[in-house]
Design a protein around this ligand. Structure first.
Ligand SMILES: [Fe+2]
Length: 155
């Protein structure tokens, strides 16, 4: 299981974080990249305006990503949908709270970063990973389908 030992450590994508479905993995990679951007901004001593811009972007992308996951869960009749959605909602309200707190100079940015990274790792490896078997059983493809030369011919 992936853990972050050093607070300033960059979060590297690895197979430990894969949920086994490429589309979802690609979206999770975007979240990891934004968190690493925040890490860099903090370590370079960037001001709160820059940090808040990154947090706002993180919040926006997280909302989009959760919407996609929740739609897929509903479409595919995932039995643990309600519990999963609750986890998403809890995180969003925590993020919104942090976003306003970041304006205060006494809030440790690393504390927020550490919380977000731990949340993401736990959520991906426990809660998200759990839907893989159901999704695949319902016909979701694990990897993107490449279109063949024949498809191009008919277009
Ligand atoms: Fe999720």
């Amino acid at each position: 299981m992936k853990t972050i030992k050093d607070i300033g450590e960059k979060l590297e994508w690895s197979n430990d974080l894969s949920v086994g479905i490429q589309e979802i993995d690609e979206q999770h990679k975007v979240l990891v990249n934004i968190l690493n951007e925040l890490n860099l901004a903090i370590s370079q001593g960037k001001g709160k305006e820059i940090r808040n811009q990154i947090i706002d972007r993180l919040l926006e992308y997280t909302r989009i990503h959760f919407t996609v996951e929740e739609s897929l869960m509903r479409i595919l009749g995932y039995p643990k949908y309600e519990k999963h959605k609750q986890e998403h909602e809890r995180l969003l309200s925590q993020l919104e709270g942090f976003s306003s707190k970041m304006a205060a100079p006494d809030v440790s940015s690393y504390e927020l970063l550490f919380f977000l990274r731990s949340w993401l790792i736990n959520h991906i490896t426990r809660t998200d990973k759990a839907y893989e078997a159901h999704f695949v059983q319902m016909g979701v493809k694990k990897t993107w389908l490449k279109s063949s030369w024949l498809d191009k011919f008919w277009k």
